[in-house]
Design a protein. Structure first.
Lengths: 114, 115
């Protein structure tokens, strides 16, 4: 199994600002993902974080709004840019090893935009 | 396109009673299916998964699920619910090569357990 540490665990931010969320894994993993869970909703995949290259975004999500970095196999960041109240959600980091059939999740970052 | 439907938004059961949470999926190929549980303020924990083979899979905490291809269902069951089972339960289908990535989640079922 993998232990995932996400920081911050929660934050309250002003609209128009940006927040960077960090995801640290205790072992090298091949695949890292970022999900969003809007209030009362299910999880939606934002993007796959690729080491050393641009992230792969899902439909409806763009790099300018959600820039992602992955400098190595154990660390990734997600930035929520130019925030609005609609960005208030829980953001979760997920990891999986290649050919592994289980995805592990961090505890999430609860973001409130005021 | 893949999708997951959990028709029950909220279920209340008495402690010790049996439980069944419904999940229906839509996927063009052999699905990888998962059940996750999310306790308040916690991340997601994998309860069980189905990739192939025996259609009845056993998971942690006494949960099991049965894959029925003809019904496109993967319902979660537990014979006797404990108060600590109160949480949000998510069914998911994996669309990636290994099944673990690019998960599509249902909207979740909130379980309340009453004494």
């Amino acid at each position: 199994s993998a232990v995932i540490s996400q920081k911050p665990s929660r934050d309250i931010c002003q609209r128009g600002t940006s927040l960077t969320i960090q995801c640290q894994v205790d072992s090298q993993v091949t695949m890292m993902f970022w999900y969003r869970q809007q209030p009362g909703q299910s999880l939606t995949l934002i993007a796959t974080a690729n080491q050393g290259s641009e992230a792969t975004y899902e439909s409806g999500f763009v790099i300018d709004k959600f820039p992602i970095s992955r400098p190595n196999l154990t660390f990734s960041t997600l930035t929520v840019s130019n925030m609005s109240p609609e960005d208030s959600s829980i953001y979760l980091c997920s990891v999986a090893a290649l050919m592994n059939t289980e995805a592990f999740f961090g505890q999430g970052t609860r973001l409130t935009v005021v | 396109a893949q999708s997951v439907t959990q028709p029950d938004i909220h279920i209340t059961v008495s402690e010790g009673a049996s439980l069944e949470l419904r999940c229906n999926y839509s996927y063009g190929a052999t699905p990888y299916l998962f059940w996750y549980v999310q306790s308040p303020g916690q991340g997601l924990q994998l309860l069980l998964k189905y990739f192939s083979g025996d259609t009845l899979v056993q998971g942690i905490k006494g949960f099991e699920a049965e894959f029925k291809r003809s019904q496109s269902s993967f319902n979660l069951r537990k014979p006797s619910v404990h108060w600590s089972d109160a949480a949000e339960y998510f069914c998911a289908v994996g669309a990636g090569l290994t099944g673990a990535n690019n998960l599509f989640f249902g909207t979740g079922t909130r379980l309340t357990v009453i004494p």
